[in-house]
Design a binder for this molecule. Structure first.
Ligand code: RET
Length: 256
């Protein structure tokens, strides 16, 4: 019986992802051959769907301690996939920035990633609950002020500076916090996940403020560059990051 339930559970995962397919089809407004930002929206939408199926299915195969991380990685790409279909629709129809969908996506997926960071930090033995809340609040400051700046509720550069402070706090917390001390004792897979996490927050996340600066630097907002750069950033930070976690998880399986 338990076997049967397990089997149904495993099928339910890809099936639930397939339910997104009508959304894919209904979003098919005409994409022009020279609309490269539109094409990048499309490619990333599909890549998010594929990554979701992969992360969910792999989460059944890796060690229990990695399973949750991969499930969360799959949730990140699932939430992003749905938003990408809507964002692509807005872009193709209006050639304008889908700011609201973009930030609704981030306000869900960034906290999910903070949970992933927390799981990794906990695995190196570094975490107090307070660290989680600090990271969460800092990421919300970053996103809320980014939004206020982009929609024009606030001066674009003042909002940017406050958003940057949130991000810099996160960098400080994971590079200078007490996580380091326990790192050497952690298993190799955990060490590489921890280093990956730091790299993502420092380098992967840096792509977003770069996009913001280039997008808003001119007299007029450069929507194409802004969205193109944000799309690349999402690909790196959601899909590539998940794959790096997967790689750490499978290498620790070999060690065991
Ligand atoms: C999956 C989505 C992710 C990981 C989104 C991350 C977004 C950021 C790191 C945004 C950063 C920003 C700043 C650091 C300054 C203000 C402007 C933002 C919001 C683009």
């Amino acid at each position: 019986m338990i076997n049967l339930i397990n089997r149904i559970g495993k099928c339910a995962i890809p099936v639930s992802v397939l339910t997104m397919m009508p959304l894919v089809a209904s979003a098919s407004t005409n994409l022009r051959a020279d609309d490269f930002v539109g094409i990048s929206f499309w490619i990333i939408s599909i890549a998010m769907v594929a990554a979701t199926i992969f992360f969910f299915m792999e989460s059944n195969k890796v060690d229990a301690k990695w399973s949750t991380s991969l499930t969360v990685a799959g949730l990140v790409t699932l939430v992003a996939a749905v938003h990408y279909f809507y964002m692509r629709g807005v872009w193709v129809e209006t050639q304008d920035t889908p700011t609201v969908y973009r930030y609704v996506d981030w306000i869900i997926t960034v906290p999910l990633q903070i949970i992933e960071f927390y799981l990794i930090l906990a695995a190196v033995g570094a975490v107090a609950g307070r660290v989680f809340w600090n990271l969460l609040v800092a990421s919300l400051v970053m996103l809320i002020f980014g939004y206020l700046g982009e929609v024009g509720y606030m001066n674009v550069w003042l909002a940017f500076v406050i958003g940057m402070a949130g991000w810099l706090y996160i960098i400080w917390a994971i590079f200078a916090g007490d996580a380091q001390a326990n790192l050497a004792d952690a298993p190799e897979g955990v060490q590489s996940a921890f280093k990956t996490m730091r790299l993502i927050v420092l380098v992967g996340w840096a792509i977003y403020p770069i996009g913001y600066v280039i997008g808003y630097a001119g007299d007029q907002v450069d929507a194409g560059t802004l969205n193109g750069i944000y799309n690349i950033a999402d690909f790196v930070n959601k899909i590539a990051f998940g794959l790096m976690i997967w790689s750490a998880a499978t290498s620790s399986r070999k060690e065991a």
